[in-house]
Design a protein around this ligand. Structure first.
Ligand code: HAM
Length: 417
C-alpha cells in the first residue's frame, strides 16, 4: 500500500497553488505599502513559549499542540500560531533597539491537532502581521484599515468586521469575577466542557457553540459595561478612527478570543460562506505579552488570516498560471533538436515557451498548444530548417507571419517586451 499524507495536512497542487501565490503576493504588496517588513521564524519553538503566551488553560495549549521531545529531551512544539514566535524573536534580537515601532509580517504553516473539517486543518497557513511599540488607537485603526485594504485587493467582499474590547489587567478581573458569579447561578444549563472551565476560563463560555450555553448566557454581563475609563476611551477612539476611514464594523461584545494574551481591542473578520469555520482573520492587542516573555514593556497588536479559508472563498474565481507565449511544434528529430535549442534560448531571454518531448504528430502537438492556451505557435519541419524561415501563428486570430529562425530570439524578445 502506498504511503498517504497525514490526516488534516494537505498538498497544494498546481492549479490551486496559483491562487495561494496570488494571495501571498497581494499580502506582500499591500503590507509593503503600509511599511511592514517580513520576518521568518522557525517552525518549532520551545514548548514553554506557547504555554506562557497563549495560556495554560486554552484549548490550543491543553489539547491541540504538536509537542514532542527531541533526542536531548527538550520539549519542542510545532508552532500553533505566529504571534508568540515573532515576539520571542523580537525580544531575542532586540528589534526595539532598531526602531521604536516594529511592523512585521509573516506567512507560513501552523499546526493544531484539531478535528479536521472544511476550513479546519491540522497543518494550516496563516498570513499574519504584528506591530510592537504603539499604544495609540490610531495603530489599531491602521492595522484594521490594512486588513480591509488587503480584502479589497484580493476582491473578497463577503466578509464583515466585528470588534470588541476585552479590557485590561485593571478592569478585566472585576468583569471576570462578575461573569463567574453569573455562570455559577446557571451551572446546570452549561455543557460539560463549560462546567469544567467556567472558573479557569469563563470568557470562553460566551463563545461556546452548545445551545444550552448560548441560551444561558443571553443576559450575561457585557465586558463593554465593565471597561475602566482608559480602556473605554481607547475603544471609543478605535471606533472613531474606523468611522473616519469609512471602514465598516460591528461591535460584538460576546466575541472572546481563544488565546489568553489579548487585552483591549480584539476583532474577527467573519463570513457566512464557510459554515462553522466562519473566521477568515482574527487578532487584537496584546499589550502585556512582550514584557511577560521577558522583553521590554511594549504594547503590541496584530492579526492572522487563515490562508486555506481565503482559498476556499476564492473558489470559482481561480487564478490560473500564465500560459506560454509560444509553443514550438517540431516534426522529426532534427527539427525537435533545433526547437529545443530555440526554446531554451527563448526561456533564458524571458519568453514563456513550451514544446513537445514525445515525438507526437503535428495534430497532437497542436492540441497540446491549445490545451496550454499558447499565444503563438511556430511549426518547424524539414522545409523550415532548410529555408531558415518559419510561420509564426497568432492563435487568437489564426493570422500568420514569416520569421527568420536565426533572429527568432531577438524578434520574439522584442515582441513580448
Ligand atoms: P487565531 O484566531 O487562533 O489567532 O487564528 C487566526 C486565523 O487562523 C483564524 O481566524 C483562521 O482563519 C485561521 N485558523 C486558525 N486555526 C485554523 C485551522 N485549524 N485550520 C485552518 N485555519 C485556521 C491567532 O493565531 C493569533 N496569533 C492572531 C494574532 C496575530 N493576534 C495578534 N496577532
Amino acid at each position: 500500500m502506498s504511503v498517504t499524507a497525514i490526516k488534516g495536512m494537505n498538498d497544494v497542487l498546481p492549479g490551486v497553488v496559483e491562487t495561494w501565490q496570488f494571495l501571498e503576493q497581494s499580502a506582500r504588496d499591500v503590507f509593503g505599502l503600509y511599511g511592514f517588513s517580513e520576518i521568518r521564524t522557525p517552525i518549532a519553538e520551545k514548548t514553554e513559549l506557547f504555554c506562557r503566551s497563549i495560556g495554560e488553560t486554552t484549548d490550543i495549549v491543553e489539547k491541540e499542540m504538536y509537542t514532542f521531545s527531541d533526542k536531548s529531551e527538550n520539549s519542542l512544539t510545532l508552532r500553533p500560531e505566529g504571534t508568540a514566535p515573532v515576539m520571542r524573536s523580537f525580544i531575542q534580537n532586540r528589534l526595539h533597539n532598531l526602531d521604536p515601532v516594529s511592523k512585521l509580517y509573516y506567512m507560513g504553516p501552523m499546526f493544531r491537532y484539531e478535528r479536521p473539517q472544511k476550513g479546519r486543518y491540522r497543518q494550516f497557513h496563516q498570513i499574519g502581521v504584528e506591530v510592537v511599540g504603539v499604544e495609540d488607537a490610531k495603530i489599531d485603526a491602521q492595522v484594521l484599515a490594512m486588513l480591509h485594504q488587503y480584502f479589497v485587493r484580493i476582491e473578497i467582499d463577503s466578509v464583515s468586521l466585528q470588534i470588541n474590547s476585552l479590557g485590561c489587567p485593571e478592569c478585566r478581573p472585576g468583569y471576570r469575577q462578575e461573569l463567574i458569579n453569573y455562570l455559577e447561578s446557571r451551572l446546570d444549563s452549561l455543557c460539560g466542557e463549560c462546567q469544567r472551565r467556567y472558573q479557569t476560563n469563563p470568557l470562553r463560555v460566551l463563545d461556546c457553540k452548545a445551545q444550552g450555553c448560548q441560551a444561558a448566557t443571553v443576559d450575561a454581563p457585557s465586558v463593554l459595561d465593565h471597561l475602566c475609563s482608559p480602556c473605554r476611551d481607547h475603544f471609543a477612539q478605535v471606533k472613531n478612527y474606523l468611522e473616519a476611514l469609512h471602514i465598516p464594523f460591528e461591535v460584538n461584545a460576546r466575541m472572546v478570543r481563544g488565546l489568553d494574551y489579548y487585552v483591549r481591542t480584539t476583532f474577527e473578520l467573519v463570513t457566512d460562506q464557510l459554515g462553522s469555520q466562519n473566521a477568515v482573520a482574527a487578532g487584537g492587542r496584546y499589550d502585556g505579552l512582550v514584557e511577560s516573555l521577558g522583553g521590554p514593556a511594549l504594547p503590541g497588536i496584530g492579526f492572522a488570516i487563515g490562508l486555506e479559508r481565503l482559498v476556499l472563498m476564492k473558489g470559482e474565481q481561480r487564478i490560473t498560471a500564465a500560459s506560454p507565449q509560444l509553443f514550438i511544434a517540431a516534426l522529426g528529430k532534427e527539427a525537435a533538436d533545433r526547437a529545443f535549442i530555440l526554446m531554451s534560448q527563448l526561456q533564458a531571454a524571458g519568453v514563456r515557451t513550451e514544446m513537445d518531448y514525445m515525438g507526437k504528430s503535428l495534430k497532437a502537438q497542436m492540441r497540446r498548444a491549445n490545451k496550454f492556451n499558447a499565444a503563438f505557435t511556430l511549426i518547424l519541419g524539414e522545409e523550415e530548417l532548410q529555408s531558415g524561415r518559419a510561420q509564426l501563428k497568432d492563435m487568437s486570430d489564426s493570422s500568420q507571419s514569416s520569421v527568420v529562425l536565426d533572429t527568432l530570439v531577438a524578434t520574439l524578445t522584442k515582441k513580448f517586451g
